[in-house]
Design a protein around this ligand. Structure first.
Ligand code: MG
Length: 173
């Protein structure tokens, strides 16, 4: 049986991943309203990935014969003052997701749960990729500043930047 402490943390992480889905979708909605289709597409694709992360944990809990516990999904902000503010929120949330994944791994090790440890390795690699990507976009947005021409250029390149980042991460996986 899965240790209750590990199970509790996995249920909490599942909820957090579902919240990420909401957060990315909220940001995607914002980019839609700004007519920034590249950013909209990037964040929409990320939202789908976050949903998949939540489902991955859901399936793992069932596989381990644990009890799935659904909790309220926190409502994300629906108003963003700027692309920098929106992507900063994503970056901070990705960092927080990484921290809790590391915490689950620590607890899994304490309980000698090697199966959970192997399961979590995938998330650790994935989180690094997502942190790097969010940070890269954030830094570029900061460089763009108030230059709308530069923002439009970045918008047209963003999906390629995302594809290049995930291709590099795939080589490390
Ligand atoms: Mg995730």
């Amino acid at each position: 049986m899965i240790h209750p402490e590990v199970l509790e943390l996995l249920n909490a992480q599942m909820n957090k991943e579902f919240y990420s889905w909401y957060l990315y979708l909220s940001v995607s909605t914002y980019f839609n309203s700004q007519d920034l289709e590249g950013f909209e597409q990037w964040t929409n694709a990320q939202a789908q990935e976050e949903l998949m992360h939540g489902m991955k944990i859901y399936n793992y809990i069932l596989e381990r014969k644990g009890s799935v516990d659904f909790r309220d999904i926190h409502k994300p902000s629906m108003t963003w003052a700027s692309p920098v503010e929106a992507v900063s929120a994503i970056y901070e949330h990705e960092r927080s997701l990484s921290q809790t994944i590391h915490q689950i791994l620590k607890v899994a090790r304490e309980h000698a749960d090697y199966s959970a440890e192997v399961f979590l390795h995938w998330f650790i690699t994935e989180q690094l990729e997502e942190e790097v990507m969010a940070d890269r976009v954030l830094q570029k947005l900061k460089m763009v500043g108030d230059n709308s021409g530069a923002l439009l250029m970045l918008d047209s390149q963003i999906t390629q930047i995302a594809a290049a980042a995930s291709a590099r991460a795939a080589q490390n996986a």
